[in-house]
Design a protein around this ligand. Structure first.
Ligand code: ZN
Length: 147
């Protein structure tokens, strides 16, 4: 199986079985994200415990990329501190701006940091789909800014 095929499988798996679908009970913040160019929309709700993201959930509808990205994101941020989530946001954004021919992610930032999220790397080749992958993360940035 090629890397591209593997990535596609990971994306489809998250799309078919979103990991944290719904709304967080007693959420501290809920934000809406809309990507009109594709018709994706979602609501992200977060609950904090001190400086930690204790719970996160997504509800919404849209294409496989937007839904998979949201699922991966919730999986990745639950249990992390706000500072760690902020760092992850930075790594994700960097990944999405890598174009073919670039060196890629820093070697001192192993794929383990991103896990499944790495599967979205191929999306950066398709500018029109980047907004789909970005949607949940832009909502996350919005939610964090309201803290
Ligand atoms: Zn989309």
């Amino acid at each position: 199986m090629s890397v591209e095929e593997l990535y596609r499988e990971v994306i489809l798996d998250h799309y078919r079985k979103p990991r944290h679908s719904g709304e967080v009970a007693d959420a501290d913040v809920t934000v809406e994200g809309v990507n009109p160019s594709c018709g994706d929309e979602l609501f992200l709700s977060l609950r904090y415990e001190g400086d930690t993201v204790a719970d996160a959930a997504i509800t919404g509808s849209g294409c496989s990329i937007s839904q998979a990205s949201a699922s991966m994101m919730t999986d990745a941020i639950i249990g992390k501190t706000v500072a760690e989530v902020d760092e992850l946001l930075g790594v994700f954004k960097k990944m999405m701006t890598i174009t073919e021919g670039d060196a890629g992610l820093d070697p001192d930032r192993p794929g383990a940091v991103l896990g499944d999220i790495e599967a979205l790397q191929g999306v950066s080749k398709f500018p029109v789909r980047i907004k789909c992958a970005d949607l949940a993360w832009t909502a996350l940035e919005d939610a964090l800014s309201q803290r």
